[in-house]
Design a protein around this ligand. Sequence first.
Ligand code: AMP
Ligand code: ZN
Length: 137
Amino acid sequence: MNECIFCRIVAGQIPATRVYEDAHVLAFMDIGQVNPGHVLVAVKAHAENLYALDDEQAAAAARGCVRVARAIRAAFAPQGLSVYQANGKPAGQTVFHYHVHLLPRHDGDGMELTWPVKNPPREKLEQYAAKIRAALG
Ligand code: AMP
Ligand code: ZN
């Protein structure tokens, strides 16, 4: 059995609220306590970090991020968007499977994530994901 939590999400062995999927990329809502409501864009293949991506995966990751970011903008019209990924434990990485975090931002948020509400509960995340999926067409 694969121990990587994101590989298991990609394989459908762990449920996730999916917002976007193509041949190379899967995007889903982060349900962790630290980052609830981040949208995570993961390369489907198990690449530990950005150094391990081949050119096709790198291009697909960027394309997936841009598509999902545009859909977040269309659905929520945030004033800003943070896009980041961490490499290595000292940089805060906790899951060692390449993924990018997307977070909508509004003036006055500081570093907090608000979407329409701060720290959205699970049901809200489902609603936000549905709006993003709708914006992706
Ligand atoms: P990082 O490695 O710092 O980029 O963060 C990994 C993220 O994956 C964290 O924000 C976790 O909350 C998130 N995460 C871990 N397990 C799951 C899961 N089963 N479903 C959704 N998000 C998850
Ligand atoms: Zn993996």
